[in-house]
Design a protein around this ligand. Structure first.
Ligand SMILES: Cc1cc2nc3c(=O)[nH]c(=O)nc-3n(C[C@H](O)[C@H](O)[C@H](O)COP(=O)(O)O)c2cc1C
Length: 374
């Protein structure tokens, strides 16, 4: 493990810090988590769940509001950022996936994946279309919208962006965070010059942020991962996965995290874009659990178990994100008719603790719980 020496000195710019390591790389940290009134980041959640109302309400309550822009066009990114700016001057985080290049699968692989999806019926007719390249958006184009309206923070999931992207962010005073699910990924993040690490534990809802989509997953729980990363790296660590209460936040702060990133905990806030049937499942007393599946997107992601997940167990899928496009019509029809058995109900393992209330109230409750716990 390379040893890192951490040197912190005040830069000319009064509110920024310089951190240098022994490799001589210097990264300017513009974002100070300790300045937040609430050490809470509303997680980026791709797929229309993040809205300007949600992000701005979290910012206005003292936290960080995020957008999962993985599949979003540059035009929509600009619109969301502009709409948010009208509502808050607080720190916004824009998040992107680092998609790995993917080739068109062979005819046989495609046929197997399509056959796997043909054994059930939905209320409405739909057609499965074999996706054509490009299989994911061009991040360079998406980031044009970011450079034009720079948010405080830019985060990445599934890997490390190019040095040019990190440099472009730093030159605009944007802090860069990257998801890690183990120490090895975290050490690569340190080397990249990024400013902080999002430690994603196995309890987390949504896609696993592992760099390798098909490799072994260490499945470290959030608290163990935070402990490991705080010890192994010099960068600030944000904890993500299963954090639902003020007590949960205090526990990760006590382990050395600078903030808690909560996704599932915000899904039933009034301001979230979560469809009614999805909300109902999050709040239902029905004893289901959250589990991982590759069935929806081709990459492991965690959500409330349903018939589609059971049906796709051990069935072939196309590589991520081609499978995501292939299952798009199924998910769309299911969402439209409120059929929860064929929607991706991404949620963390603690989803039964989700609270339905406006963001302002949730942030107040979380802060009260943090204070009462001390
Ligand atoms: C519905 C949903 C969508 C998500 N989408 C993204 C995403 O686009 N980018 C990302 O970095 N993380 C995404 N995540 C993961 C979150 O950043 C975070 O790791 C997770 O929500 C933390 O666990 P929790 O859901 O138990 O709070 C998503 C999580 C959920 C629940």
């Amino acid at each position: 493990m390379p040893t890192m020496k951490r040197v912190i000195t005040l830069a000319n710019n009064a509110d920024s810090l310089l951190i240098s390591n022994i490799s001589g790389r210097v990264a300017t940290i513009k974002f100070e988590f300790s300045q937040l009134r609430a050490p809470i980041i509303q997680a980026p959640m791709a797929g229309g769940l993040n809205t300007p109302l949600l992000a701005s309400a979290v910012c206005n309550a003292g936290g960080v509001g995020s957008f999962g822009f993985a599949y979003t066009s540059a035009e929509k990114i600009s619109q969301d950022l502009l709409d948010t700016k009208v509502l808050t001057a607080g720190p916004v985080n824009a998040n992107f996936f680092i998609f790995q290049p993917v080739e068109m699968p062979s005819k046989q692989v495609i046929a197997d994946a399509v056959t796997a999806l043909s054994g059930f019926s939905l209320d409405d007719d739909y057609a499965l279309t074999i996706p054509a390249p490009p299989f994911f958006p061009d991040i360079t184009q998406q980031l044009e919208a970011i450079w034009a309206l720079p948010p405080a923070i830019l985060t990445f999931h599934f890997g490390i962006p190019s040095p040019a992207i990190i440099q472009a962010a730093h030159s605009r005073n944007i802090s860069v965070g990257i998801t890690a699910t183990n120490v090895e990924e975290a050490l690569a993040i340190v080397k990249s010059g990024a400013d902080f690490i999002v430690a994603q534990g196995v309890e987390a809802g949504g896609h696993r942020g592992t760099f390798n989509a098909v490799g072994e997953d260490s499945e470290l729980p959030t608290e163990q991962l935070v402990r490991d990363l705080v010890k192994a790296t010099p960068l600030p660590v944000v904890a993500a996965g299963g954090i639902m209460s003020g007590q949960d936040i205090n526990r990760v702060l006590d382990l050395g995290a600078v903030a808690a990133q909560m996704g599932t905990g915000f899904l039933c806030c009034d301001e979230a874009g979560t469809p009614p049937s999805y909300r109902a499942m999050l709040l239902s007393d029905e004893a289901r659990s959250a589990q991982f599946t590759r069935g929806f997107s081709g990459r492991r992601a965690q959500g409330i178990s349903n018939r589609f997940m059971a049906f796709m167990d051990n069935k072939p899928t196309l590589p991520f994100p081609i499978q995501n496009s292939l299952t798009g019509p199924i998910r769309k029809i299911a969402a439209r008719s409120g059929n929860v058995e064929f929607q991706s109900l991404w949620a963390g393992r603690s989803y039964a603790k989700t609270r339905a209330m406006p963001v302002k109230r949730l942030m107040q409750v979380l802060r009260e719980e943090m204070n009462d716990d001390r």
